[in-house]
Design a protein around this ligand. Structure first.
Ligand SMILES: [Zn+2]
Length: 338
């Protein structure tokens, strides 16, 4: 036996294994779509995905890059051909990105190509983001970090006359900054955002969150209320515990149909108790530019739902709001009251 490792063969094997496992994950997710009651087969597929994506070299593997690009492109196809008669369809894109469509409006949160991952090879084509911008009426960006804010995507919206809404610290000092909308951050102010050339409006609360309790980086926690009266709350990377002064009482003044928290937010259980959403759709799992110890697997989202105290949640207290866990490019239809 030789003790010299054949790293070329090992690497080729890991590429093959990623391709084989991701093909199985993709088949299963297609066959067993997101649902309020998650089938166990689907959960296994997401856990398998965690395993593939937490391998050290995952972001550089051709199969992983193709899995990402193909699923986002398929979501763009799906968004273009889907019309919504009632309720809302919510697509989860890369990291903390979402597109939401109701009967009257379509809007997005934190859409990025993924150019910050693996030197660009992981990213979706600019043309796909152009199609998403074309399909949407406006985009909201939580904060300036590259896994949430992408100037090329913002330009795709702005050049089509569609609003991009951010905290004032995104692209400060750059020409893009003056073309972006900066609503006053505050829990008590609801703004009107005209869309579709003034034919419709979104009502917007830009809650004054921060990335964490230490860096002081403003992060909008954005509540968008549609003309149908449905509320969608996206937290970005809010993790500052001082924000519970207003998070604890959101449900007293606003209806939130769908909460889209960063899965690693400080005390997700307390957040959900404050918001009382009809559905929770977490984001930010498997951000590939994060080191694997902070890449946030799906299994941790399940543990946090159960109230595990190992990961900064409320001690032994979970939440019973329905959790719909999705992978890149998947979608879920939310029907209020049903
Ligand atoms: Zn982030």
């Amino acid at each position: 036996m030789s003790d010299s490792r054949d790293t070329v063969a090992e690497n080729a094997f890991m590429e093959q294994q990623a391709a084989a496992l991701l093909a199985s994950v993709g088949d299963t997710l297609t066959r067993v779509p997101p649902a309020l009651r998650e089938p166990s087969e689907r959960r296994l597929a997401l856990l398998l995905l965690d395993g593939v994506l937490h391998e050290e070299e995952a972001a550089t593997r051709a199969a992983v890059q193709a899995f990402h690009r193909e699923r986002i492109a398929a979501a763009a196809d799906d968004i273009e051909r889907t019309s919504v008669a009632e309720g809302a369809r919510i697509w989860k894109l890369y990291n903390h990105g979402f597109v939401i469509r109701t009967a009257s409006v379509t809007f997005a949160f934190d859409l990025v190509r993924g150019t910050h991952v693996a030197g660009g090879a992981f990213a979706v084509d600019d043309a796909v983001m152009d199609r998403l911008a074309e399909a949407c009426d406006a985009m909201f960006i939580s904060h300036r970090h590259g896994d949430h804010a992408d100037p090329v995507v913002a330009e795709a919206f702005l050049s089509r006359g569609k609003a991009v809404v951010t905290p004032p610290t995104v692209w400060e000092g750059e020409t893009l900054h003056e073309r972006v909308t900066h609503p006053q951050r505050g829990a008590d102010t609801q703004h009107s955002l005209p869309i579709q050339g003034g034919a419709a409006e979104l009502r917007v609360v830009a809650y004054p969150g921060f990335h964490d309790g230490h860096d002081g980086l403003p992060n909008n926690v954005t509540l968008v209320t549609t003309p149908e009266g449905m509320g969608f709350l996206h937290t970005g990377d809010q993790a500052d515990p001082r924000a519970f002064t207003w998070i604890d009482t959101i449900a007293e003044s606003h209806q939130v149909d769908v909460l889209m928290p960063n899965c690693w937010t400080t005390d997700i259980v307390r957040m959900i108790h404050g918001v009382r959403p009809a559905v929770v759709i977490t984001g930010h799992e498997n951000e590939m530019a994060h080191t694997i110890d902070h890449r946030e697997p799906y299994w941790l989202t399940y543990e946090r739902q159960l109230g595990s105290d190992r990961w900064g949640g409320s001690r032994h207290v979970g939440y019973d709001a329905p959790l719909v866990l999705m992978s890149w490019g998947e979608s879920f239809h939310h029907s209020p009251g049903g």
